[in-house]
Design a protein. Sequence first.
Length: 201
Amino acid sequence: MYMTCLDLEGVLVPEIWIAFAEETGIPELKKTTRDEPDYDKLMKYRLDILKEHGLGLPEIQATIEKIDPLPGAKEFLDELRAFGQVVIISDTFTQFAKPLMKKLGWPTLFCNELVVAETGEVTGFKMRIEDSKKSTVLALQAAGLETIASGDSFNDLGMIRASKAGFLFRTTDAIREANPDVPAYETYDELLAAIKAVYEG
């Protein structure tokens, strides 16, 4: 039995932090896991910027409410779930994800948790498990599942390489060039066909 493991941001929905950077006019918040492979370092950088500007969870959530899935994402996910099991494995946070999951039809999501003060200030974050994407894929395999994985960033490469089949999706030129052995696709039709081929293979 197969389990398809998908990244969320950049694959199914726009990057939340980029949307928030554009909403607030703070370009430093545009940095994502495509730019910084060390997620712990990236989040601490983000929290410092939020503190500096007096921004907290309510402001971020107000931006997220306006974000829609990428064009074609829900249809892709619906078709994928019609013939196989799917889980979204993301480094986002439960406090961010709910409006997006509703728009995607409530798929299963494994993600992390923000630490938020009563004032709404984001004071920290709790990762669900170390190296969460790869660790989750290995745990699914230990439960007897074959995994197929797809994502767009540095932090997706662990789960992609640990899976029976893995694909990059709408990634950067730098990540594609550094991983020439990983098939890279630009459209949902291409990705869906590649996943179906694994099921049928």
